[in-house]
Design a protein. Structure first.
Lengths: 356, 505
């Protein structure tokens, strides 16, 4: 007797829907033992996660605040994934986007609210795009691996922003903290319901919609999908794969850059050290779990937002160490990724066999 | 004669598909048993069951009368079942000897090289093969690589050899040598399962033929119970194999002329060497030659994937080798690629999307920056009906289609813009008789409407049947033209091996 795996030719929609839900349940079950070992009642803790992240206007708004940059960065990464291009550099692109937007906010001296926001948006878009565009150019021109380039450029971006906030851009009245002066009102996005929820969230939903239409309805989206599915066939059909690789990485970085704009203009109102606690890396997982679809990115980003806010509440109310919170989040992701295997393969028990 | 392998009432299903249903057959020791069937008839599934890759839902496999269960390819090998796959499993950078050694179990870490080498060499000598054990595999011809695969199985003392379309890549002479070796193996008492689409070969070497159709084993016939027509009719369920009327009123207008064309490959060697060719309007020009003698380079230069280092390409009397006209002219050449799955299609996308891959920018399929989904759907419906494509539910990724249906999609796409020239590389490779006939018909219909076709194929019967003229290539050069109405397979075979020059037709 032994177990063998067999590839499913076609997996049913029901299975694809139920498997992730089942895997979250398994993750919660396993994580329950961790919580028990720390002397916490798992059910009570889970209830708190839900209540704190979704149960009140404040909780929900905080969840959406965390969801916002994840949607932007997730969309950027997933766009490149569609073409089998791996943009690991969303984190750096967020920093560069935030830096460009802050530069405009701090030094342009514009009073008009809309003009200011438009300029900040554009600066973040172009800066993030160019940052990723470097990798796109190298990949298209000389086949340089974009994973390495985008990843390593993260460090340059993060450290350069640190240089600015510790050095030339530091707020003289900031008691030597690594942050710039606060933005004027004209450089701030609208906030709602007396919470920190800002219009960046709606911008993110809008970008998701535009990207969905772009991929599914336009001639360019079609080309990107063909190149992603089979670059050789695309070339043979006369498509310019090199140019498209550059354009897609540019756009991917640009959208991640807008996450930086949304963070500084909507939430923090200044540039500072550590403006993204790893949103760009979480975005890679989001894009993967979302199976590269724009709508999927929105849903998964929201789930991640729940985990982030709920995780905070575990720390605050149950005095759990941050490591346990990370372990908890890791378990859920692990089981979600592993569940993919069961969607694509079936496991069978067979009898006999010499090498059983 | 006792049956070595016997399978009874095998059933294997995949979600929504019954791949094998109640299939039974047997192979005796010292027998060559041919499996015949269209694509999708279940041959590959059955072989995967025999080599332990798939597990049947029902049914029995018996070896020497004893019921066995196969759970992995290692199991199969342990029972003495070995297979030569269509795509060889060799390490190109390693030597012949190293590749053979790799296939053996129980080679100690410190092994006596000489002992193994003698053993392999004895096998090579026994069958009169020409193989240099120290030669790296990438330097060998396809035919020689196939010998290695065979020797690997013989070194393991396999008692049943499965050969999946072994002659698809061989010259007629190489194929004849293979058959001679198979005869000897048979006389030594080995069992052989032979898979082929080529009737002539099946007739030549089979002791028994089993016909598979839609997952059922229809019947098994002994040597004196079958002939070509009977097998073909059992296989496609139609008594007539149509013969095409050759296009005798071919025009003299030359649509494409290649003069002294040379193309170099990545290693700097000449794939095409001062090659000449003339294609007339409405002509089907067959290109015969052993694989690897420049056919691929010819197709690639004509479709713009490669550039010529020397020579001229003339279209309707104009030199287009290095003018802007080249791009647009070449863009108008339809191309049926050799390797359908690797360059012909975007596998994850639907049939609809694949059908517009060359014309997606046309006004017919787009409005401003948006795609016209309705027009794309309409186009797909037309093509699916016109070419009888079995495409599955709407939106099914094309990779789930069978090889024949994928080929139909490619052909439908390539011919949709009424091209003046079609370059077809091995258009029926791996297709069943029904699909192959259909492809032939489409090409012949195109010729009637004035399309010039360069048909590169490996099956001489196919070239002889379809071509108005046949040009023979050897080492990147044109050996000569022959008239398919008054030539022989032997004459073409000799020209393909460079031993005989042809005349002008």
């Amino acid at each position: 007797m032994k177990l063998v795996t067999e590839r499913r030719e076609i997996s049913s929609p029901l299975l694809r829907f139920l498997t992730p839900i089942g895997s979250i349940a398994v993750a919660l079950f396993v994580a329950g033992f961790l919580l028990l070992a720390s002397g916490v009642d798992p059910l009570a803790a889970y209830k708190d996660i839900i209540v704190e992240s979704l149960g009140s206007m404040y909780g929900l708004s905080e969840t959406l605040v965390k969801t916002t940059p994840l949607i932007f960065a997730g969309l950027g990464v997933s766009l490149a994934f569609r073409m089998q291009i791996w943009n690991i550099g969303a984190e750096g692109q967020i920093y560069i986007g935030a830096m460009a937007a802050s530069g405009v906010a701090l030094f342009s001296g514009i009073d008009n609210h809309w003009l200011m926001l438009l300029l900040m948006f554009t600066a973040a878009f172009i800066a993030g795009g160019s940052w990723a565009g470097v990798a796109g150019f190298l990949r298209a021109r000389w086949q340089v691996n974009e994973v390495i380039v985008t990843l390593l450029m993260n460090y340059i971006a993060i450290l350069f922003v640190d240089y600015l906030v510790y050095g030339p851009w530091k707020d003289p009245k900031g008691f030597n903290f690594p942050l710039t002066a606060q933005f004027t009102d004209s450089a701030r996005l609208a906030e709602y319901f007396d919470t920190r929820l800002h219009s960046g969230f709606f911008l993110a939903l809008f970008v998701a919609l535009v990207l969905y239409l772009f991929m599914e309805r336009t001639v360019w989206g079609y080309q990107i999908k063909v190149i992603g599915s089979n670059p050789k066939a695309a070339q043979y059909a006369g498509m310019k794969t090199g140019t498209t690789i550059f354009m897609v990485l540019f756009l991917s970085g640009a959208i991640a850059g807008v996450a930086g704009f949304s963070e500084v203009a909507g939430l923090q109102h200044r540039l500072q050290h550590g403006i993204s606690p790893g949103y760009g890396y979480t975005a890679i997982i989001i894009a993967w779990l979302a199976k590269r679809s724009a709508i999927g990115v929105v849903i998964v980003s929201f789930l991640m937002g729940v985990l982030l806010v709920g995780g905070d509440s575990l720390q605050i109310y149950w005095q759990l160490p941050i490591a346990l919170v990370y372990a908890f989040q890791g378990l859920i992701l692990f089981f979600l990724l592993a569940s993919d295997f069961f969607v694509q393969y079936r496991i069978k028990l067979v009898k006999g066999g010499k090498y059983a | 004669m006792a049956d070595f392998l016997r399978i009874e009432h095998i059933r294997k299903t995949f979600p929504g598909v019954v791949a094998l249903d109640d299939v039974s057959f047997s192979v005796a020791s010292g027998e060559i048993h041919t499996l015949l069937g269209e694509n999708g008839a279940g041959k590959s599934t059955l072989m995967n069951v025999l080599t332990g890759l798939y597990h049947p839902d029902r049914g029995e496999i018996r070896i020497d009368g004893e019921k066995i269960s196969l759970t992995s390819p290692r199991d199969s090998l342990a029972y003495g079942i070995g297979m030569v796959h269509q795509h060889f499993m060799l390490v190109p950078a390693h030597s012949v000897f190293e590749n053979i050694l790799l296939a053996l179990d129980n080679v100690p870490n410190l092994f006596n090289r000489k002992k193994y080498q003698t053993k392999v060499q004895n096998l090579i000598d026994e069958f009169g093969l020409e193989l240099d054990l120290d030669m790296p595999v990438w330097k060998l011809s396809i035919g020689a690589q196939q010998w290695i695969e065979l020797i690997k199985l013989l070194m393991r003392d396999c008692r049943l050899l499965i050969l999946d379309e072994p002659t698809a890549v061989l010259t007629p002479q190489e194929a004849d040598r293979l058959f001679a070796v198979l005869e000897r193996l048979k006389n030594q008492g080995k069992s052989i399962i032979f898979i082929s689409h080529k009737m002539r070969e099946v007739m030549q070497i089979s002791d028994r033929v089993t016909i598979l159709k839609k997952g059922h084993s229809i019947t098994s016939l002994k040597r004196d119970e079958f002939d070509e027509n009977k097998l073909a009719s059992l296989m496609i369920g139609d008594d007539k194999i149509p013969q095409w009327q050759k296009n005798l009123q071919m025009s003299d207008e030359i649509v494409l002329e290649i003069q002294q064309l040379s193309v170099r490959n990545d290693r700097g060697l000449a794939d095409l060497d001062s090659f000449d060719l003339e294609l007339k309007k409405g002509e089907i020009l067959g290109i015969a030659g052993v694989a690897g003698n420049g056919q691929k380079a010819l197709a690639e230069v004509l479709t713009g994937l490669k550039t010529a280092s020397q020579g001229r390409i003339m279209a309707k009397g104009q030199d287009i080798t290095s003018s802007d006209a080249k791009k647009s002219y070449i863009a108008g050449i339809a191309h049926i690629p050799e390797d359908r799955k690797s360059i012909g299609i975007a596998p994850d996308m639907s049939v609809d999307d694949n059908l517009i891959m060359k014309s997606f920018k046309n006004g017919a399929f787009s409005r401003w920056i948006f795609q016209d989904k309705k027009a794309i759907r309409r186009n797909a419906n037309e093509k699916i009906e016109q070419f009888a494509i079995k495409s599955g539910p709407d939106g099914t990724p094309i990779r789930y289609l069978s090889g024949g249906n994928i080929q139909k999609v490619i052909i439908a796409r390539e011919l949709s813009e009424k091209p003046a020239v079609l370059v077809a590389l091995y258009p029926t490779r791996g297709l069943d008789i029904g699909s192959a006939e259909y492809v032939h018909k489409v090409i012949a219909d195109g010729a009637d409407q004035g399309m010039g076709t360069i048909l590169i194929a490996e099956d001489l019967d196919e070239l002889l049947k379809l071509s108005d003229r046949i040009a023979v290539m050897f080492r990147g050069q044109l050996v000569g033209y022959v008239d398919p109405r008054n030539t022989t397979r032997e004459e073409i075979g000799l020209m393909m091996s460079g031993e005989k020059q042809g005349g002008a037709v």
